[in-house]
Design a protein around this ligand. Structure first.
Ligand code: SAH
Length: 243
């Protein structure tokens, strides 16, 4: 099945952009995913092809018009989930990416200027997604990030089918560190255990490293991971300090 990506943007020429190269580019050529980048401006109805207007109540910048956005959205008939890129949206996670990648595709609405007329979200049942706590100049980069993360999970895209399994976030932990030859470089050597050929010892070392890296670098992830591990059986009351 082909994963159908539809992008609604004022800059369709930004697609496939970097997704035309490497793994994603090959997968696109092979028909594992399809791309349809539509220009929101094509759905404007006036002579000047206006897509935005000044913010009601005043203030700087311009706001994308709900009627023009709706016409663009309504032109898409894939039935795939509809996502708008917004900084206030739900932060994108590997779990959501995996979910999307197993579906029919995704339609991504890319904002520009100050963003979207608020009424569009409820009127079209749009899911809002953020790629992080910083502000981009437009949603296109976010759409590329979202698509890249999905495409590498599609069947046949990554070289070895198992190569995604150990990846950071897949297990709720960061990944263990990697090394490759030469064995000695600038006086630094590869940890002895990795050259021992003892697969059980290697697996134990990797697990320990993944846990240590997560605890030190991402206490938030570690806490969640530990929370899942020590979760009481469902129905049982959770012990709290002040209980
Ligand atoms: N005025 C808005 C920012 C607009 S930035 C605010 O303060 O929230 C212009 C567009 O870039 C947005 O409409 C959105 O589509 C995109 N964008 C900016 N930052 C983003 C982020 N962190 N994640 C996803 N999309 C983002």
């Amino acid at each position: 099945m082909t994963f159908a990506a539809t992008i609604l943007t004022l800059y369709p020429d930004m697609f496939p952009g970097p997704l035309g190269m490497s793994l994603a580019g090959r997968a696109l050529a092979e028909g594992r995913w399809s791309l349809d980048a539509r220009n929101i401006r094509d759905f404007a109805t006036d002579r000047h092809r206006t897509v935005d207007d000044t913010p009601s109540g005043g203030g700087a910048g311009m706001v994308l018009r709900a009627d023009v956005l709706a016409a663009a959205i309504d032109s898409v008939a894939t039935g795939a989930p509809l996502i708008a890129m917004t900084p206030r949206g739900t932060p994108l996670t590997q779990a959501r990416v995996r979910d999307l990648a197993s579906g029919p595709g995704v339609t991504v609405l890319c904002g520009r200027f100050e963003g979207f007329d608020e009424r569009i979200f409820e009127a079209r049942g749009i899911e809002e997604v953020s790629i992080g706590d910083y502000i981009l100049s437009g949603g296109e980069m976010g759409a590329l990030v979202l698509l890249d993360a999905c495409i590498r999970l599609l069947p046949g895209v990554m070289g070895a089918p198992s190569s995604g399994d150990d990846e950071s976030f897949e297990s709720g932990l960061l990944e263990y560190p990697h090394y490759t030859r030469p064995n000695e470089w600038e006086g630094r050597t590869i940890p002895e255990v990795l050259r021992s050929g003892d697969h059980a010892r290697i697996a134990a070392w990797r697990k320990l490293m993944a846990e240590t890296e997560t605890r030190l670098r991402r206490p938030d992830l570690w806490e969640r991971h530990e929370g899942v591990r020590v979760k009481p059986p469902s129905g049982a009351r959770r012990q709290t300090k002040d209980a």
